[in-house]
Design a protein around this ligand. Structure first.
Ligand code: ATP
Ligand code: MG
Length: 324
């Protein structure tokens, strides 16, 4: 794996208004992003995500630390480093509201040094890919929020930069458009081999799109891991079992002895058993107890964890650490 972004001990503080107090928005962050990776930058409000993204795309100068982009130190060779990066920030600030969709794309293509001949082809390609062909002559300020967001991402694609940074790309989008934007980002990473860093509150985006996530809280990294690893780590072995009848007293005694974490809701027609296993293999012992009386099993559901629960748990644990 080849790193494309290497962030080392990055820090940025802001001075609070009307007081001398400093806010350490980003407080010594170190992480690496590999070529072609989709990285999720997660964290609660005020964690430092936007500040981190803005430092990476050159909109904010860090107080401390270094950012290497494709091996180029962004402090020493700012323009050379920034050539590799495009960013889509919150609020679509990278669009001209009084120009049409096509005009925006053409303008920014020129701006990024795309030749006239290549520009037309590229603009058409992006209009098609982002499903904006029908709206090509519409002014940006008449577009829906979702279409503006798609156009903002299309504009970021124009420069052919290796890395695309997106701050909250699905914020304020309806479910369907949010899904469409997710699909587009996935395609961009796959078909154009771009490296993507996404800051988001939307855990579906992270679970669905990102291979790895860096979770920040109060300006520091609390977790840097593969999403799959986190899902596995936090996977609970909790099952809900529907039984087609009652358990006998003897079965209930056995359950109590073997599975302290269970709840039994008796019902002559359909009892419910909610049970947490310490190891997956314990399911066989559970079935032995059910088999004693040939208790019919009608359904088994494994409780799944989603990324949102994991995220909440990680952030909550952090707070506990701080209080301790
Ligand atoms: N221009 C600024 N002046 C002063 N303080 C700022 C400024 N920008 C951000 N901050 C503070 O820095 C901290 C980190 O802010 P940042 O916007 O990076 O967080 P975030 O993770 O993007 O949050 P959100 O999820 O709400 O977008 C917050 O405490 C915020 O209030
Ligand atoms: Mg933010």
């Amino acid at each position: 794996m080849e790193p494309i972004i290497e962030v080392q001990n990055l820090g940025k503080s802001y001075r609070k208004r009307r007081s001398k107090e400093m806010i350490h928005a980003v407080n010594g962050i170190t992480f690496t992003v590999n070529k072609g990776e989709i990285l999720g930058l997660l964290g609660p409000n005020g964690a430092g995500k936007t500040t981190t993204i803005k430092m990476n795309c050159g909109l904010l100068i860090p107080d401390t630390g270094t950012i290497m982009v494709n091996g180029i130190n962004s402090k020493k060779k700012r323009l050379a480093a920034l050539k590799h990066i495009s960013a889509v920030l919150e609020g679509n600030r990278n669009l001209y509201w009084r120009l049409s969709v096509r005009e925006n794309l053409e303008y920014f293509a020129g701006n990024r040094g795309v030749s006239r001949r290549n520009s037309a082809e590229k603009v058409d390609d992006l209009l098609g890919k982002f499903n904006l062909k029908e709206k090509e002559n519409e002014l940006v300020n008449r577009l829906s929020r979702g279409m503006q967001q798609k156009l903002a991402i299309a504009v970021a694609m124009l420069a052919d930069s290796d890395v695309i940074l997106l701050d909250e790309p699905t914020l304020g989008l309806d479910v369907e458009t949010g899904y469409e934007v997710r699909e587009l980002l996935r395609e961009i990473a796959r078909d154009y081999q771009r490296t993507i860093i996404i800051s988001s509150h939307d855990m579906d985006v992270v679970q669905d799109l990102c291979e790895r996530t860096v979770i920040v809280n109060k300006g520091k990294i609390v977790t840097d891991d593969k999403v799959d690893n986190l899902l596995r780590l936090f996977e609970v072995r909790a099952y809900t079992i529907k039984l087609g009848g009652l358990l006998t007293d003897q079965q209930q005694q056995l359950l109590k002895g073997k599975f302290p974490l269970h709840e039994y809701i008796p019902d002559t027609a359909q009892s419910l058993l909610e049970i947490e296993l310490a190891k997956s293999e314990e399911i066989y012992e559970l079935f032995d107890i059910l088999q004693l009386e040939h208790t019919p099993v009608e359904a088994i559901d494994r409780k799944t964890v989603n990324f949102e629960q994991i995220f909440m748990q990680i952030v909550r644990e952090e707070y506990k650490h701080e209080l301790a």
